[in-house]
Write a protein that binds this ligand. Structure first.
Ligand SMILES: *Cc1c(COP(=O)(O)O)cnc(C)c1O
Length: 341
């Protein structure tokens, strides 16, 4: 198979149309077989549920080439299960996790020419998503839905190494108590666009959101969970019902415990505790870990001891171990790596 002639190392994180995408339709109470198609256009009624009442959810994962030349993806079963949870919360029909994984594999196999080569730092980003496709005008769930998977090659998240970022404590909330913060719904992102644009205009890379009920505890950013390293080398991560359960974060916790013999704590993290941590990172599929160097809370500046030049030593060890597992350089726990080709 001939690879596409792209400048892999210099791709950005933006959409490039690839050859094939997966489409399945839900109608009369059941999903059809689904199929691959060349057609990148979605044609739906002007009154579709997704357009009127935002009934939609999505997932995000990556396929990449390992050191020994296989194409794999990382724990896609967890993305399938998380999408099931998102669908249930939004009164959408579940696309079963096992069929989700099969469809991911089928879609990546049909676009192998677009999977970046090993060592380029680039990956094939996989975006499964579902939306209400039939008309609704009274407020209720739609009767028909479409599930699609598109793939697009994306460049290395950090060009020239991971530089620590400066973030701010947001005056906005990203989720409501007992709301939809724990599912991957498009609506959570729509309401985060103003806070993130405002943060960028003020010179911050990201927003640190606090718990919406009391605004005293750390939750997450718009698209990544927090991990903290204590001065005595423990990994601490916030626990809350309104945080999106990151697969990267759950994997890092496992790696910390079982590969690096670290103690881990998943618990409430008061904002007042943040100045006592030695290292702060954001974690998610896109960057795996992004180091945070400074957190600004109005007049207060919290300078993380690991500084503004490089990722701290413990986060670096976690990053190297997890990316080593993903790339096939370190043996993976059973079931973590799904071989596609
Ligand atoms: C997707 C997402 C994450 C990261 O989850 P991963 O499974 O690690 O990619 C974190 N926070 C939010 C709000 C997200 O939508």
């Amino acid at each position: 198979m001939e690879k596409k002639n792209l400048d892999w190392a210099n791709l950005s994180f933006s959409y490039i149309k690839t050859d094939k995408r997966f489409v399945a339709n839900y109608k009369n109470g059941a999903w059809d077989e689904g199929q691959l198609t060349d057609d990148d256009k979605v044609v739906i009624t002007e009154c579709a549920g997704v357009l009127q009442y935002s009934q939609s959810c999505f997932e995000g994962l990556k396929a990449y080439t390992t050191e020994d030349g296989h194409v794999v993806c990382f724990r896609p079963d967890l993305n399938g299960q998380r999408m099931e949870d998102s669908c249930r919360r939004l009164e959408m029909p579940v696309f079963p996790a096992d069929r989700f994984v099969e469809a991911v594999v089928e879609t990546v196999r049909a676009n192998l020419a677009w999977v970046p080569p090993y060592g380029s730092g680039a990956t094939l980003y996989i975006r499964p998503y579902m939306f209400a496709s039939s008309a609704v005008i009274g407020v209720k769930p739609a009767d028909e839905y479409q599930f699609r998977i598109l793939v697009t090659p994306v460049g290395p998240y950090f060009k020239g190494g991971a530089k620590p970022i400066t973030i701010r404590v947001s005056d906005f909330d990203r989720a409501a108590p007992r709301g939809t913060g724990n599912i991957k719904a498009g609506l959570n992102y729509a309401m985060s666009l103003h806070p993130i644009m405002d943060a960028h205009r003020q010179g911050y890379a990201e927003n640190m959101y606090l718990d919406p009920a009391t605004r005293t505890k750390v939750e997450e950013t718009g698209g990544a969970n927090f991990i903290f390293i204590t001065k005595d080398g423990k990994l601490v991560t916030p626990k809350s019902d309104s945080i999106l359960p990151s697969i990267t974060r759950r994997s890092l916790l496992y790696v910390a415990q079982h590969y690096l013999n670290m103690e881990v704590e998943e618990r409430e993290v008061p904002l007042t505790e943040v100045p006592s941590f030695a290292e702060v990172g954001l974690c998610g599929t896109a960057a795996v870990i992004s180091p945070v160097g400074k957190i600004v809370n109005h007049d207060e500046e919290i300078c993380v001891p690991s500084g503004m030049d490089t990722m701290g030593p413990v986060l670096t060890k976690l990053y190297d171990t997890l990316t080593g597992i993903q790339m096939g350089r370190i043996e993976a726990p059973e079931g973590w790596i799904k071989r596609i080709a």
